[in-house]
Design a binder for this molecule. Sequence first.
Ligand SMILES: Nc1ncnc2c1ncn2[C@@H]1O[C@H](COP(=O)(O)OP(=O)(O)OP(=O)(O)O)[C@@H](O)[C@H]1O
Ligand SMILES: [Mg+2]
Length: 511
Amino acid sequence: MEYVIEMLNIRKEFGNFVANDNITLQVKKGEIHALLGENGAGKSTLMNVLFGLYQPEQGEIRVNGKPEKISNPNIANGLGIGMVHQHFMLIDKFTVTENIILGKEITSGGRIDLKKAEKVVRDISERYGLAVDPKAKISDISVGMQQRVEILKTLYRGAEILIFDEPTAVLTPQEIEELMQIMKTLIKEGKSIILITHKLKEIMEVADRCTVIRKGKGIGTVNISETNPNELANLMVGREVVFKTEKKPSNPKQEVLEVKDLVVKDARGVTVVNGLDLTVRAGEIVGIAGIDGNGQSEFIEAITGLRKAEKGSIKVNSKELFGLTPRKITESGVGHIPQDRHKHGLVLNYPLAENMVLQTYYKKPFSKNGILNFNEINKKARSLITEFDVRTPSEYALARALSGGNQQKAIIGREVDRNPDLLIAAQPTRGLDVGAIEYIHKRLIEQRDHGKAVLLVSFELDEIMNVSDRIAVIYEGKIVAVLNPKETTEQELGLLMAGSSRKEAGEETHV
Ligand SMILES: Nc1ncnc2c1ncn2[C@@H]1O[C@H](COP(=O)(O)OP(=O)(O)OP(=O)(O)O)[C@@H](O)[C@H]1O
Ligand SMILES: [Mg+2]
């Protein structure tokens, strides 16, 4: 059997904590090999070992059958291993080509030959079906495009084995479809791929085999043609997972959030929220469905005070919040699970405990006469860690050291625990494993059943359909339809999101 990569009995420790415990991963040439496991199971750690970012305490790595010591990423590159990280590492002010050749420039007569480099980039991009504009600046292109640049960067360096760490977590459904095609083309051209994703649908669609790890230990490898999503979920979590969230009908009461004629500009000064009206009542979950870039991010930023709105009214419990600071807004009963957890959710270099009181540290019992009470702060953190199953060595660990999904669980715990009247959840389950998604959905519904208003923004139509009591479709900065999830379909939603009128999209529905 020809394996391009063999990781045999790998052990990686962080202090007393064993992140990889005797894991074996064998990748065949020309296959897409999925790596599946709960948040914190040790997937990224294992890939960082392969890419030379971490040194294992035990185990052996073989590339094309030959034992290798991969002590840094340059050596990994030299062996034909490339990695596309979840957080891109591109320079905004540089062009696509400049980013791709960075550190491995094409020169003629001692100077960088951009013309020649652009041609090389164009050739690779055509060969693998990765359409990009070699001259475009990174700051001007979409996230999906930026990811293509990261892929091209690895191909330009001669990668034969590509590692993708949760590549679809930041993409829209359309971009995900394109990436799946790109991966298939890469395989046809003889590359091998290791794919980390929490989306079982994606694994079923593109992968040949899947290795499952649970709490740092290898559970086994299965052929995708002989398995199904339920079995994969069970292997990963070690119990049955329910994919559909059970909930009682909603019992909406008074209006909590009332937005009227809101206008918001984006960072470039373009009006992206354009006369938006929306109401969310106590005891209901309103889901916002829309294609990325239709104003949903700026809308949420305006409500939470992270972005200044131009005009309109934002009332919570009849109190006008327009123009208030984020802290005032928080104190008025608004909780926020932000879309970008690194920018707005956590201070990565603070311990987890301090992150759990980011909005409340100056209040009792966490602070008294201006002095922080760390006993109380740590106690609060420990109780949230237990309740929300945040997998971390302790409350003292830096937020940075938590796995992506566990960072997200920590933020959700903190926001839900503050018990706000209005809870805004923006892409709350992004990067979470199926078990954690199930749990988060239950908690959102529980908030609703306690009479709170919940505003959910998500690109996952499944999630919008399953969790919401009403669905508001956003298009070009306006709410163009409000639907009852029981009386609509993903098809109808898709059409409305793309700008079709309600009549074209299907039957009129009443909510
Ligand atoms: N640099 C580090 N220092 C200490 N602990 C770490 C470090 N990196 C990872 N860990 C711990 O190792 C465990 C595995 O983390 P890893 O990032 O590999 O998980 P993962 O499977 O990729 O999860 P996710 O799906 O959430 O991304 C986690 O419990 C994490 O807290
Ligand atoms: Mg990870």
